[in-house]
Design a protein around this ligand. Structure first.
Ligand SMILES: [Zn+2]
Length: 130
């Protein structure tokens, strides 16, 4: 069931010329690189987490409350958690919340049924950015 939903999201990624890689172990569930238009997902995610994380990462690519300039800053330094100031942390959280909001909106728009675990996965992911 999740496989079919994942295919739907992947089609949208392809249409947006975003590459999706999921063949490697990475330190987070998912990562987005705007400059290379690449989404990377950890290879060992359970199907529901895979689907939700893919939607979330795609959510980073669509318009959110972060300006393009901020997005670049986010890539350059804000996502290096150890080095970020409180202000950067707040911006990062704002971007994360926006991406989650977009994930939900995208699912509705694409016609993807969200798994029952969506909110749980979202909560756990947001915790890693606190
Ligand atoms: Zn994110």
């Amino acid at each position: 069931m999740h496989k079919k939903q994942i295919q739907k999201v992947l089609r949208v990624c392809r249409a947006m010329q975003i590459k999706v890689l999921s063949d490697k172990s990475i330190p987070e569930d998912g990562l987005s690189d705007y400059s290379s238009r690449t989404i990377e997902l950890d290879k060992d995610l359970p199907p529901d987490v895979h689907l939700v994380t893919l939607l979330h990462e795609l959510g980073h690519f669509v318009y959110d409350s972060c300006s393009p300039k901020l997005k670049l800053t986010v890539l350059d330094s804000i996502y290096i958690k150890e080095r970020s100031t409180l202000a950067e942390k707040l911006i990062r959280l704002k971007c994360e919340r926006a991406a989650w909001k977009n994930a939900k909106m995208l699912a509705k728009f694409i016609g993807v049924e969200l798994p029952a675990s969506f909110n749980e996965i979202k909560k756990a992911a947001l915790k890693t950015h606190e």
